[in-house]
Design a protein around this ligand. Structure first.
Ligand code: HEM
Length: 464
């Protein structure tokens, strides 16, 4: 192959670069750019150059930590760092804080360790069912609200033994912490595209951003102090907080209270919206594909999962077809649409593209997961893509909703166990019906959220 430079779209303005070409929907714009220019494209957003790919071979190089590429916090992530602090998600790979927390926390999220959280997940499933029973069958319900509340409660409980009381009844008020985090997430996405000077002016939006961060910090600081002063201070197995307070590495190094605070906030940021979107999109797609839903139901019946029982981790891990369903949801609606990395050393990547040291690169999941060369009819929801035989035909770097390598998602197994448990229970009790026009994702949200997904919730009949 000849050496070439990443393709550059022609429509560029002074100062703004390709900003107007990319807005309002970055997702659709990236897809179009790869179709027009090939698999490695460079854009300019207000002076920041970003090289994107939709090719799994290039993605593999970008995403794995190596002498060429690493995760460095900038762009959207540096906005999230304002509240995620030195948590795992928003800390550079070469920082001691990331290395220590990664080493100490990996065991707490291993498939074996998270079995301990199954009971909490099933109890939250039961609580959600009691809550959804409060709606009448003809009442359209904004589903994402409830999947968000239940995933928040799950992380609250298994993360640090906290109850946000979001599932107490259908009129439960939003917790101030959640208001604060929701505001910060939205602002972070806006600030990413704002010139620096705007972020420093005394606008109410900037003040509220700062106030919200303080509120999140003080809420979690209080929980940590209460635990440290309480009878369960030394209980390592109570939840992830117990683990963090007591875990030490081989040199007897542990996490500081401040770092634990940042990790707790990070788990909430990284763990609730991602899983909640996945659940909501899955319910939506199942309602549009009765034949797929039928197969999920068959699996639920075969495994004897019921809404009023408490599914065990064995039952949830045996939901093999539902696992395929979730993989397909995560392909089409990957909650994070881009994985950003920093190039440390000049390299020529597959396709012959030269990438210079200092470049910022992304794997655009929202495009790679729709790459027609890999996924025929990419706009079609089809879980049969994920049978073991079909998977073997593809590069394993063609599906990266959780990324891969040392900087991949620490909560992957937890999220999948939670999603299967909840889906099994909810689908056993209810039929979720959507009969409107196709739903799009919210272009204003940093994660892939279904916009205005109102569904009717009918009791399910005739299941054992
Ligand atoms: C990192 C996706 C659920 C905690 C990541 C990354 C992705 C991801 C793509 C890498 C980000 C990057 O490269 O910048 C998802 C998806 C989820 C999910 C799709 C659900 C469907 C969770 C849950 C937790 C969690 C439930 C709860 C603890 C984290 C953390 C990191 C992370 C702490 C940073 C890890 C590190 O860099 O050391 N996630 N996530 N995630 N995720 Fe998740």
């Amino acid at each position: 192959d000849q050496i070439k430079l990443p393709a550059v779209p022609k429509r560029s303005l002074p100062y703004f670069g390709n900003l107007y070409e990319m807005l309002p929907d970055l997702q659709a714009s990236w897809r179009r750019l790869f179709e027009e220019h090939g698999s490695v494209v460079k854009i300019n957003l207000i002076g920041n150059e970003i090289i994107g790919t939709n090719d799994p071979a290039v993605a593999e190089l970008f995403v794995k930590e190596s002498e060429y590429f690493t995760k460095k916090i900038n762009g959207g992530l540096s906005e999230i760092k304002a509240f995620g602090g030195q948590g795992l998600f928003t800390t550079d790979s070469d920082e001691m804080d990331w290395r220590l927390a990664h080493k100490l926390l990996m065991p707490a999220f291993s498939p074996r360790a998270i079995k301990a959280y199954q009971l909490e997940m099933s109890l939250i499933g039961q609580q959600t069912i009691r809550l959804l029973e409060q709606f009448t069958p003809d009442e359209p319900v904004e589903i994402l609200n409830w999947t968000t509340n239940l995933t928040f409660e799950t992380i609250g409980k298994v993360g640090f033994g906290y109850d946000f009381h979001l599932l107490d009844d259908r009129y439960a008020e939003n917790h101030p912490f959640i208001e604060a985090m929701g505001y910060c997430m939205k602002q972070a996405f806006k600030r990413m595209l704002q010139p620096k000077v705007l972020k420093r002016l005394p606008f109410e939006s900037n003040r509220r951003f700062d106030r919200s961060i303080k509120l999140m910090h003080s809420t979690v600081d209080d929980v940590i102090q209460q635990r440290k002063n309480g009878p369960e201070a030394k209980d390592m197995n109570k939840d992830v907080l117990g683990f963090m307070l007591n875990a030490r590495d081989e040199n007897d190094l542990g996490l500081t209270d401040e770092n634990i605070r940042d990790q707790v906030i990070t788990f909430l940021i990284a763990g609730h919206e991602t899983t909640s979107n996945t659940l909501a999109w899955t319910l939506y797609e199942l309602s549009r594909h009765p034949e797929i839903e039928e197969k999920v139901l068959q699996e639920i019946v075969n495994l004897e999962i019921t809404h009023d029982g408490l599914p065990t981790s064995k039952q949830s891990s045996n939901m093999k077809y539902t696992h395929q369903v979730l993989k397909e949801t995560l392909r089409m609606y990957s909650p994070l649409r881009a994985l950003g990395k920093h190039c440390k050393k000049d390299i020529i990547v597959p396709g012959g593209y030269q990438i210079k040291a200092g470049s910022e690169v992304i794997v655009h999941l929202g495009s790679m997961h729709y790459n027609e060369a890999i996924y025929p009819n990419p706009d079609e929801y089809d879980p049969s893509r994920w049978t073991p035989e079909e998977e073997q035909k593809r590069s394993r770097f063609a599906w990266l909703p959780f990324s891969t390598g040392p900087r991949s998602c620490i909560g992957m197994a937890l999220a999948l166990q939670e999603a299967k448990t909840i889906l099994g229970m909810l689908l056993h009790r209810f039929r979720f019906v959507y009969d409107g026009p196709p739903i799009t994702h919210d272009p204003k949200s940093p994660t892939t959220k279904p916009l205005n997904l109102f569904m009717k919730i009918l009791p399910r009949e005739h299941l054992p």
